[in-house]
Write a protein that binds this ligand. Structure first.
Ligand SMILES: C[S@@+](CC[C@H](N)C(=O)[O-])C[C@H]1O[C@@H](n2cnc3c(N)ncnc32)[C@H](O)[C@@H]1O
Length: 194
């Protein structure tokens, strides 16, 4: 189902209304100092708002208008001045580029269905400054499940797509932060632009 319908129908199991703890611990442990950051497919802005609150200059883009409307409302409520744009990441002129850090929670893995993981990785490299960082969180194909859930990638699919453009710093099997009973397994990958 297209994303705008999913937001309209409330079929958004990834929504947690807070920053994902995997992002928080990565930023704190590496650490990643405040800088210009882009959240690709930012949804309703939870991670952008948290990053801005930590002193980052955060931009969020999403191709789904209703998600960006909600992100702007959320940011307004906590008096956060982040830049949110309705924008297709694969289109031209990503607003605010180039960045020092890009982040996506559950956007990259959707490009598996279009056989476009490699083009997505190339685009991330294009919007980053030299030595820029990319953190992605994807579904994990090592999880066997029966019901619906995030698209699942193998470690091999991630490596093949990103390695031409990025040096992999870490690739860790973990779980998405969630309010669901059973958290979906994920891959958490941190990379540096070549
Ligand atoms: C699984 S949702 C995750 C949303 C958000 N990152 C979060 O964690 O709550 C994936 C998001 O990617 C967005 N998206 C998908 N393809 C996109 C594209 N080409 N450009 C920008 N956003 C895209 C969708 O609209 C959706 O909001």
């Amino acid at each position: 189902m297209p994303f705008h319908k999913r937001y309209k129908n409330g079929d958004t199991p990834w929504e947690i209304h807070r920053a994902d703890h995997n992002l928080i611990s990565m930023v704190q442990k590496v650490p990643i100092a405040p800088c210009d950051v882009l959240d690709i497919g930012c949804g309703t802005g939870n991670n952008v708002i948290w990053l801005q609150q930590q002193g980052f200059n955060a931009t969020g883009i999403d191709c789904t208008e209703i998600a960006i409307q909600r992100a702007r409302e959320k940011a307004g409520k906590v008096k956060i001045d982040s830049a949110f744009y309705v924008h297709d990441f694969m289109g031209n002129n990503v607003p605010g580029a180039p960045f020092e850090f890009t982040f996506d929670r559950g956007c990259f893995h959707h490009f598996l269905q279009f056989n476009n993981l490699n083009q997505f990785a190339a685009k991330v490299a294009l919007v980053l400054k030299n030595q820029g960082l990319w953190m992605t969180m994807t579904g994990n194909a090592d999880e066997s499940r029966e019901g619906p859930g995030p698209p699942q990638l193998s470690a091999r699919q991630i490596v093949l797509a990103v390695e031409p453009y990025f040096k992999i710093i870490s690739l860790i099997a973990g779980h998405f932060d969630t309010d669901q009973e059973i958290p979906a397994k994920n891959w958490i990958c941190l990379m540096k632009k070549r």
